[in-house]
Design a protein around this ligand. Structure first.
Ligand code: SF4
Length: 346
């Protein structure tokens, strides 16, 4: 077996569902990405437009000058529709990728193990750098070039057999491997289900997202107040959103298999909003200690919970919201006040 195939087999043994090889040439989507930034579609995520990050996205060899090959990897998380439906009406929703352990904690050990395997097979140290949503790489484009799938209108990587419920990772390697053929087709065709279903209309006709309207941005990356005109459209999402993927017909073929590290933990997919609104910072940090949800921080998470309570339209939430309207955290107070107003008007 040649080295490239041996590396892919080891990746599958370590739990990755897809593995492919590409080269470090300049990604053709760089111009689309830079024009997206010029239009301000990144909202407050200013770290995306730093000069060094832009340069590295144009040329991955700035991250590893010896880079000759890029190993693109994908690992499956659970199907968001596997959430128990009887709970979904009276609770919040957390995006499925965050139901289990934080991938930033799970995947590095596997990436290190894969590098160790490559070096053992190569019989010498191999220059390398690995990333899992942690560096300035156009990850989905690299995955497409490595043959893993196409980038859908919802901007997710879609594989025709496995769907789109993936986390991505890459290893830049100073070693020649056999590159895969880029995934050849865009299989979205005339479908517009994700565009039509997005609650905040954030998916744009040019196959990019207006991040400032995306529920994932609003509930995770945005650290400030959420625009009042969008709050009523975010439903019961308290961390991320799965809508544009759950409506995608390609996820019908995805199967139920997923990596056990991302298995849902008790109470995380459908957190009880009336409990979550009262979490102290310590309780939040303890509950989500090794979870991706920690990224929202306690105040952002409880901001989202307040909005979800307002959107749920349940008058029994009024006492908890009245208490939150006097919270020491201004962000929670403001959104609890908004939710109270909405409930009292309804
Ligand atoms: Fe493409 Fe339709 Fe899936 Fe959107 S829902 S990503 S348009 S196939």
């Amino acid at each position: 077996m040649n080295l490239t195939q041996a590396i892919k087999n080891e990746a599958y043994r370590l739990g990755f569902s897809l593995a492919g090889i590409t080269t470090p040439e300049q990604p053709p989507h760089t111009s689309v990405y830079e024009s997206w930034l010029r239009l301000g579609r990144q909202a407050s995520m200013e770290y995306l437009s730093g000069e060094r990050a832009l340069a590295a996205r144009r040329d991955p060899r700035l991250l590893l000058p010896e880079c000759k090959s890029i190993l693109a990897l994908a690992v499956r998380y659970p199907d968001p529709k596997s959430v128990p439906p009887e709970l979904a009406k009276s609770a919040g929703r957390v995006a499925a990728y965050a139901w289990g352990a934080d991938y930033h904690l799970v995947l590095p050990d596997r990436l290190r193990a894969l590098v160790a395997f490559i070096e053992a097979r190569a019989g010498a140290p191999v220059p390398n750098r690995w990333y899992t949503d942690t560096g300035p790489l156009l990850e989905r484009e690299l995955a497409q070039r490595a043959g893993l799938g196409w980038i859908g209108k919802n901007t997710c990587l879609i594989n025709p057999q496995e769907g789109s419920y993936f986390l991505l990772a890459e290893i830049l390697l100073g070693i020649e491997l056999d590159p895969d053929r880029p995934f050849p087709a865009d299989r979205c065709g005339t479908c517009t289900r994700c565009i039509d279903a997005c609650p905040t209309q954030c998916i744009l006709p040019d196959r990019t997202l207006d991040a400032g309207r995306c529920i994932s941005y609003l509930t995770i990356e945005n650290k400030a107040e959420n625009p009042p005109d969008l709050r009523g459209q975010t439903g019961n999402w308290v961390f991320g959103c799965d809508v544009c993927q759950t409506v995608c017909p390609w996820n019908k073929f995805a199967g139920a298999r997923y990596d056990p590290a991302f298995a849902p933990r008790s109470g995380v997919p459908n957190p009880d909003l009336s409990v979550e609104i009262g979490l102290t910072p310590e309780e939040f940090n303890k509950k989500f200690r090794d979870s991706s949800v920690l990224r929202a921080k306690g105040r952002g998470y409880r901001r989202n919970v307040a909005v979800a309570l307002g959107n749920a339209g349940r008058p029994e939430a009024i006492p908890a919201l009245e208490q939150a309207a006097h919270d020491p955290e201004p962000l929670v107070r403001e959104h609890a006040g908004w939710a109270l107003g909405k409930l009292k008007r309804s």
